[in-house]
Ligand binder design. Structure first.
Ligand SMILES: NC(=O)c1ccc[n+]([C@@H]2O[C@H](COP(=O)([O-])OP(=O)(O)OC[C@H]3O[C@@H](n4cnc5c(N)ncnc54)[C@H](OP(=O)(O)O)[C@@H]3O)[C@@H](O)[C@H]2O)c1
Length: 302
């Protein structure tokens, strides 16, 4: 998985902001077929990444740059956690790209657009998975199974690069609906698993199953009003299928809580609350869960 020897281009065809689990997974795959710039938080981290990091079972020496000295790039993928979106948007704008694509969880497109004036700024979704083992410094990244990446219209060149790297990717004409379907799954599974500190599969059993289904039923009218193309039984079936397929996984929000990190609750449940307010719909269970998860974040006294 080492990148082929090539001189650093003056302008990269693609850059990834966020050298975490998913950013490194994507960068390692892409670097086999093309130059890809990986933007890390600071120079110390960039140096470690240039020296090599283990992704899967291979060592990967990234074309890594510090966030305060990014190279120019045609296309930029944002893979920082939702709370770091504004900072990533500012970095992306400095790279003078044709387009900036978020593949983050939750809804971050508006935030990205507010802080980045590239010609195209939009959000896709991905079910690719990866997790970090050990510390950020000495650890490794483990891909956790192939998924699919859906991109908004206008990002055809990025879809083509991902496909060249052997990743499943395609442009989805109705990306807004695809984002809503992913948000449905995230608002139901992530905060509930985080609050009760259980793996996804436990949510399908008592005593959590009723709460899971209640969250789906409460979210459905809001997401339907926004354009979700599933009826309520199909929405329940979708959430159950994902919980089943990921039964042994710890949801990312649970991992954040266990590690004492900020969660992505504002971009996930927070996005649902903002939509509900726009439509004049009540979502009391989601509101309670939002505050319960917020109370678990660092700096809240718990
Ligand atoms: N992992 C998955 O399987 C998966 C699947 C689907 C979607 N996602 C979504 O993808 C996004 C990234 O997830 P992840 O699991 O890869 O998170 P992660 O492992 O925490 O990686 C995020 C990376 O972004 C870096 N970062 C934060 N602020 C930065 C800045 N201003 N400049 C440069 N780098 C910065 C972080 O650096 P520090 O470590 O120094 O903070 C970290 O290395 C999230 O929205 C997540 O929900 C993840």
């Amino acid at each position: 998985m080492n990148p082929p020897d090539h001189p650093h281009p003056a302008r990269y065809p693609l850059a990834i902001i966020g050298a975490g689990a998913l950013g490194l997974h994507f960068a390692a795959r892409l670097a086999v077929v093309m130059p890809v710039a990986l933007i890390a938080r600071d120079e110390a981290r960039a140096t470690r990444l240039r020296n090599g990091v283990t992704v899967g079972d291979r060592s990967f020496a990234a074309d890594a740059f510090a966030a305060d000295a990014p190279p120019a790039a045609d296309w930029v993928i944002v893979l920082v956690k939702a709370g770091d979106t504004a900072a990533a948007a500012a970095i992306a704008e400095r790279m003078q790209p044709l387009g900036v694509l978020s593949l983050q969880n939750g809804l971050t497109g508006d935030l990205l657009r507010a802080h980045c004036r590239a010609p195209r700024v939009d959000q896709g979704i991905t079910t690719e998975g990866a997790y970090r083992e050990g510390t950020a410094e000495g650890g490794r990244v483990q891909p956790s199974g192939a998924g699919e990446t859906l991109l908004p219209p206008g990002f055809e060149p990025v879809a083509e690069m991902l496909m060249r790297a052997g990743l499943h990717a395609r442009v989805e004409p109705d990306i807004a609906r695809a984002r809503l379907a992913k948000l449905l799954v995230n608002v139901a599974i992530n905060p509930l698993a985080a609050l009760h500190r259980v793996r996804n599969g436990a949510l399908l059993e008592p005593p959590y199953r009723d709460a899971l289904d209640a969250l789906v039923r409460e979210a459905w009218p809001v997401l339907h009003a926004e354009g979700l193309a599933l009826d309520e039984p199909a929405a329940l079936a979708r959430v159950h299928a994902v919980a089943q397929a990921t039964a042994t996984n710890r949801a990312s929000m649970l991992q954040d809580v266990l590690a004492g990190r900020r969660t992505e609750i504002d971009a996930i449940t927070g996005a649902l609350l903002r939509m509900a307010a726009r439509h004049g719909l009540a979502v009391p269970a989601h509101e309670a869960l939002y505050h319960a998860v917020k109370a678990l974040e660092p700096g809240t006294g718990r």
